[in-house]
Write a protein that binds this ligand. Structure first.
Ligand code: PGA
Length: 252
């Protein structure tokens, strides 16, 4: 059994290195042991956050990586650079990056580059609209097949999938997906992995993301039966993020 995994996606926040350090310090002074935590600050503040002492169940991650190792790729950071700088995880294919034009092909190459650099990819998938006929499930399946298409079967087992329905991102707790629907979808995602990759597919951790807050986190993890959460705006408020970690750490 894994501990639940809670990922803090700071996105393009905060605005100064001091603010980044202050958030990290605020969170790191009260980390419960029963969860694994990944902090993903903007790359430019990475070294500031990395300097803050953290317990062994807290890891650092990047919000993106590039698929080439090095060279003339202005503005990009490679998976191996992230690894060498202390990252353990990298978010890949977040819907906000897909909206900026990141293609499925790019995402599959980034997933491979992350694995080659021994980073654990947190692959984001999620539909724009939730229909009742289940078309969104076909869409998710296609995203999963494409994102993992360059990996060998054995490389699958420790990847992380963050299911983030786009319509549920960035709102308040009442507007997250219901735990019932999360459960249906997480079962579907697990089945896709097992059908595609057999035993290795069983090792994939499935997270939920989209308007996670202290008020809904316990319900979403418990009844949604997910392996953890990807938290956006609430991860920037240390006391709220600590409430989320604490509530989830108590779930049996
Ligand atoms: P949110 O963001 O928690 O602010 O909805 C989640 C995400 O986009 O990763």
């Amino acid at each position: 059994m894994f501990k639940k995994l809670i990922v803090a996606n700071w996105k393009m926040n905060p605005e100064t290195p001091l603010q980044a350090k202050t958030i990290a310090k605020g969170v790191l002074k009260k980390i419960p042991r029963g969860v694994e935590v990944v902090l993903c600050p903007p790359n430019i503040f990475w070294s500031d956050v990395a300097k803050v002492k953290r317990p062994s169940n807290v890891f650092l991650g990047t919000q993106n990586v590039f698929f080439e190792d090095k060279g003339a790729f202005t503005g990009e950071v490679s998976a191996s650079m992230a690894k060498e700088s202390g990252a353990t995880f990298s978010i890949i294919g977040h819907s906000e990056r897909r909206a900026l034009g990141e293609s499925d092909e790019f995402i599959s190459k980034k997933v491979l580059a992350a694995k080659n650099a021994e980073l654990i990819p947190i692959i984001c998938v999620g539909e724009k609209e939730h229909d009742t006929q289940g078309l969104y499930l076909d869409f998710l399946k296609k995203q999963i097949i494409s994102a993992t298409s360059l990996l060998s079967k054995s490389a699958i087992k420790d990847i992380v999938i963050a299911y983030e329905p786009i319509w549920a991102i960035g709102k308040d707790a009442k507007n997250s997906m219901s735990s019932y629907d999360i459960h249906q979808t997480s079962l579907f995602i697990r089945k896709v992995f097992i059908d595609l990759y057999g035993q290795s597919g069983k090792g994939v951790r499935v997270l939920y993301g989209g308007s996670v807050a202290p008020e809904n986190c316990e319900e979403l993890v418990k009844n949604g039966e997910v392996d953890g959460l990807l938290v956006g705006h609430q991860s920037l408020i240390p006391e709220n993020f600590i409430k989320i970690l604490t509530a989830v750490s108590k779930i049996k």
